[in-house]
Design a protein around this ligand. Structure first.
Ligand code: ADP
Length: 391
């Protein structure tokens, strides 16, 4: 049995595990959902794994690991473990080998991500208990964006909010955006440190980042992952005056948070789905609300692509990634159709082929800038960082 690297991604009620070989080939994955609720479920590939009652993250971890062992995917212990951690605040600019100080610092960032960091810590503590001698590495969603300059990360708010409570823009999806500039540099045959891109990560959560000479200089998500683009169920930017308005209508802050995070975005606008594939099918079938939701999504994205240009000295490529960015020629087409004045244009055939027949490139011959479609692989990056820092 070969040495493996374990990647752990703990969500508020979910747990995703992945096993990678030393050369970063994905060997297996496992998923547990509805943890802490009645009817928790777990699966690995096609196998269903039984969980009883309100299984916890620890229970699901133990069950999935024993499934990997039974299937001879995991021997005694992994070579290294990489954990996705959502918020590293201003404390982390890079992945960190986990020790007591790192645990305290992650805990200190919990007030910035109360739904994520505590549960990320639960995963870390569980694997530390099971594998006390295995090196473990935390990889932060925010770390790549720690190069944002103050003019990009400060809100126009009283300064004491930043100084006393750390209220600023942090940005997320950093692992994916960092991987995009690495991959774009490779495809364009340039050093990463001389590569400048606009990276649009479009999955259930969506964000866009301006990367100048390899460094993140602006990004659409802010203090939390709610700011910026319209997403599957998140609203993205709204007028902060909305909060007073809705409060006067009797919507309390807990309900408001639920609505903005889970009932808005594509789901809120279409009143039927947060899934882009379904939304496009419905729009093509004549559903007006789905058409509008798609149009809002693409227009907001196009506006942000324009906004990201303000941070760049030059632009080597606009890059699409994430489930939507990689697979939806429609979203790419409708978005780029707003950007003609800036000189972006698509080759419609290459776009429909998802860039596969054109070396990831989908721009037309007359486009001022290359446009690329690049698959993201956050798990593999976490595995690589874990292996590298574990020595
Ligand atoms: P997550 O952010 O949870 O990792 P993904 O990156 O997998 O999510 O993206 C999920 C989104 O990608 C969904 O909205 C899904 O509908 C969309 N998607 C996947 N395939 C296609 C496709 N062929 N066309 C349009 N959207 C797609």
């Amino acid at each position: 049995m070969e040495d493996v690297i374990l990647v752990v991604n703990c969500g508020s009620s979910s747990l995703k595990l992945a096993l990678f070989s030393r050369n970063l080939e994905r060997l297996a994955g496992g998923l547990a959902e509805r943890l802490g609720e009645d009817g928790a479920t777990a699966s690995a590939g096609d196998d269903q794994i039984s969980l009883t009652g309100k299984s916890s993250h620890e229970d699901a971890l133990a069950e999935l690991l024993s499934h990997f062992r039974e299937n001879e995917l995991l021997s005694d212990q992994p070579l290294a473990i990489g954990h996705r951690v959502v918020h590293g605040g201003e404390a982390f600019r890079a992945p960190a080998l986990i020790n007591d100080d790192v645990l305290v610092a992650i805990e200190d960032c919990s007030s910035l991500a109360p739904l994520h960091n505590p549960v990320n810590l639960t995963g870390i503590r569980a694997t530390l208990k099971l594998f006390p001698d295995v090196p473990q590495v935390a990889v932060f969603d925010t770390a790549f964006h720690q190069t944002l300059p103050p003019h990009a990360y400060l809100y126009g708010l009283p300064r004491r909010f930043y100084e006393d409570w750390g209220v600023r823009r942090y940005g997320f999806h950093g692992t994916s955006h960092s991987f995009m500039v690495e991959q774009a540099a490779r495809l364009l045959a340039k050093p990463r440190s001389e590569t400048s891109i606009i990276s649009a990560h479009l999955g259930n959560g969506c964000s866009i980042t301006a990367i100048n000479n390899g460094e993140s200089l602006d990004t659409s998500m802010g203090l939390t992952p709610l700011e910026g683009l319209v997403m599957g169920t998140r609203c993205g930017d709204v007028d902060p005056g909305l909060f007073d308005f809705l409060s006067a209508k009797g919507i309390d802050s807990e309900s408001l948070s639920r609505i903005l995070n889970r009932e808005s975005g594509l789901l809120g606008l279409s009143e039927s789905t947060n899934d882009m594939r379904t939304l496009i099918e419905q729009a093509d079938g004549g559903d007006e609300q789905s058409s509008q939701a798609l149009a809002v999504f693409c227009f907001r994205l196009a506006r942000y692509i324009g906004a990201m240009m303000a941070s760049l000295d030059e632009l080597d490529a606009l890059v699409f990634t994430g489930g939507i960015g990689e697979n939806s020629d429609r979203v790419r087409k409708d978005t780029v159709s707003h950007l003609n004045l800036m000189g972006f244009s698509l080759d419609s055939k290459a776009n429909e082929n998802h860039g596969q027949e054109s070396d990831h490139r989908i721009e037309s011959k007359t486009s001022r800038f290359p446009i690329l479609v690049i698959p993201t692989n956050e798990e593999a990056v976490i595995a690589r960082e874990a292996a590298a820092r574990a020595g």
